[in-house]
Design a protein around this ligand. Sequence first.
Ligand code: NAD
Length: 352
Amino acid sequence: MDFNITLLPGDGIGPEVVSEAVRVLDVIASKFGHTFNFQERLMGGCSIDKYGQSITEETLADCKASDAVLLGAVGGPKWDDPNAKDRPERGLLALRKGLGVFANLRPVKVHPVLMDASPLKPEKLEGVDILVVRELTGGLYFGQPKLREMQNGKERAVDTLEYFDYEIKRVVELAFTLAKSRKKKVTSVDKANILESSRMWRQIATQIGTGNPDVELEHMLVDTASMRLITAPVSMDVVVTENMFGDILTDEASVLAGSMGMLPSASLGESGVGLYEPIHGSAPDIAGSGIANPIGTILSSALMLRHSLKLESEASAIEKAVHQTVTDGARTADIGGKLSTRQMTDEIIINL
Ligand code: NAD
């Protein structure tokens, strides 16, 4: 089969890890008889440098016209000026909004041989397999007004946490659907003791729970959830939550897996074009040194094969190869080894 994939390598280690995922996808293409047509575009800081904006209309249109988008990471100190007209992250938010990808799926599995790479005790990590479903196009990151202004001689900044009922409904429903092929348990995370938007979130989640009696629903305050993630992570399965809560909790959850570099994500919506990216950022501290862990991006490409291209066997072939490679002892620096980005991918390709 023929597929069109837009690559947005971005900044920092983004291009380093995306090119490794492309090598893996090329192997899949020849092994399974597919054609992946890659088109590369600029997004983030590199796009600001070239076009003066973090994402152009043309790039967004190209993404929308493709079967899926594979992204590296954006940002870095070069574009950190708080007074800048545009920022790399703005391109990312515009891309998510433009593609309508309202749900970000972040699976967190702890590989048995990597338990030592996590600061948590191994007995806490045994059997951890969590899927965080983060709402991605609403909430605090998008709500209006969002502003800074002078008021009576004092400077004021405002962000708005806003949700419409349909935005909550569609992401919680997706969480329930995903839970059905897992352990049939959903933890809905909110701050219903303080926030009005969370009270609506909880009410809608309860209604959806009533309609899905085969799935156990538990409500949890975000502060409790942040503790539970490290004190009893094995008690969690599907976790669904608001945009900013999800952003923070997923970084915390990445610690369970030993390194940010290990974890993939898939962002899905109604338009059908999925966005796939590792959960880590552009890692400016190691960019250019060829030591970034490519696994998060390679596993993101597996999610792309599964969710957007409907190539389940191909997706699981990549996942098995990664699992085997790590089991065999291959390690980049972040997980206690010496392999370069390229050498790690070479090992994965051998196992493919
Ligand atoms: P980061 O995820 O880039 O890095 C955090 C730490 O993890 C660093 O020590 C880094 O070296 C390490 N790390 C990350 N990915 C790794 C990998 N694949 N292999 C080995 N080590 C890895 O987060 P940060 O340092 O807070 O942010 C750096 C920049 O990235 C900022 O400009 C930030 O805005 C941006 N950012 C972008 C995204 C995105 O593009 N989705 C997400 C988060 C942060």
